[in-house]
Design a protein around this ligand. Structure first.
Ligand code: J81
Length: 283
């Protein structure tokens, strides 16, 4: 049966595109597990809440202060990168991605991270109290860290954000967002045939859609026997914050009868969905 999701990370993702010495943009977004709760577009001064629970348990005053810290950060970040380009002789155009966040762990502890990627590859991260270059970073990664580590004020602010603010803020949203995070939405499932894998063969397709949360178990069965040839696709998102999965089985035409697709999901309790294959599906 599907493994329950214990981890509820809060993740900030930033994409900064530097086209040339005058054109750039930075967009940010943040997720609570798989629910996007914030967006911060380049043309907006403020971080936009996408959920009624986005502010967590922080007061308006606390949020305002945090927002100001991020506004200073975004302006300084752009200026810093322009300076690094000159100092490190990096060529335009390039993309920088920042990912940061925290996660609650068992035993009232939490884990935080902050990583920076250049052209899709890790260049540096924040570890403990300082910036560290990634193992396979370009030669200038080390140089960038040395420069960044001279700014004691920023190192302290980053530690405060990662180890104090982030876990506290996360605990708040786990309270205010509880009902949405614990929501249960039942899947629908249906059968059809896919493109024939070869002469005399059938591709049986079982589609499962509209479920939440993400963990699900879907397999082709004959009676109580799981069919080992079952091929699982990726669990991909629908547009309405539910998930979709396609599971197939390649069989000879004669083997198809008696096969069924079985779906287990937390929203169904122990009432698994079982759909039997019959000739009407093979069109
Ligand atoms: C092309 C080469 C690419 C190299 C990769 C560079 C990666 C950059 C990573 N660095 C950052 O993200 C921090 C950027 C901004 C920072 O460097 C400071 O400029 C900025 C402002 O600092 C100044 O004011 C502070 C008070 O407001 C302090 O006084 C500080 O000493 C002073 O220098 N710092 C901040 O905004 C702090 C918050 C950073 C939060 C990062 C969260 C993602």
């Amino acid at each position: 049966s599907p493994a329950p999701q214990r981890h509820l990370p809060l993740r900030y993702l930033q994409i900064s595109s530097f086209a040339n010495s005058s054109w750039m943009r930075t967009d940010g977004l943040a997720w609570l597990r798989d629910l996007q709760a914030y967006t911060w577009r380049n043309d907006s001064d403020t971080i936009c809440f996408l959920k009624p629970w986005s502010q967590g348990t922080f007061s308006d005053q606390q949020w305002k202060q945090l927002q100001q810290t991020f506004q200073v950060y975004r302006r300084s970040f752009t200026r810093d990168i322009r300076e690094f380009v000159k100092m490190l002789h990096v060529d335009y155009p390039f993309e920088i991605q920042v990912s940061a966040g925290c996660e609650e762990l068992p035993g009232n502890t939490s884990e935080s991270f902050l990583r920076v990627a250049f052209q899709g590859r890790d260049v540096l991260s924040f570890q403990g109290t300082s910036w560290v270059s990634a193992p396979d970073a370009p030669p200038w990664g080390q140089m960038a860290c040395t420069v960044l580590n001279q700014d004691q004020g920023t190192r302290e602010t980053v530690q405060w954000l990662l180890h104090d603010i982030c876990p506290r803020f996360l605990r708040g949203i786990l309270e205010t967002g509880k009902s949405e995070l614990e929501k249960q939405v039942k899947p629908e499932a249906w059968l059809s045939s896919g493109p024939s894998p070869g002469p005399g063969r059938l591709l049986l397709v079982c589609r499962v859609s509209g479920f939440y949360p993400k963990p699900v178990w879907v397999t082709w069965m004959r009676g109580e026997r799981e069919q080992s040839g079952t091929q699982q696709g990726d669990i991909v998102p629908n547009a309405d914050e539910t998930w979709y999965l396609r599971v197939t089985l390649d069989v000879t035409a004669g083997e198809a009868t008696g096969l069924s697709c079985r779906v287990k999901h937390s929203s169904l309790g122990d009432q698994d969905i079982i759909l039997y294959w019959d000739r009407s599906h093979a069109s």
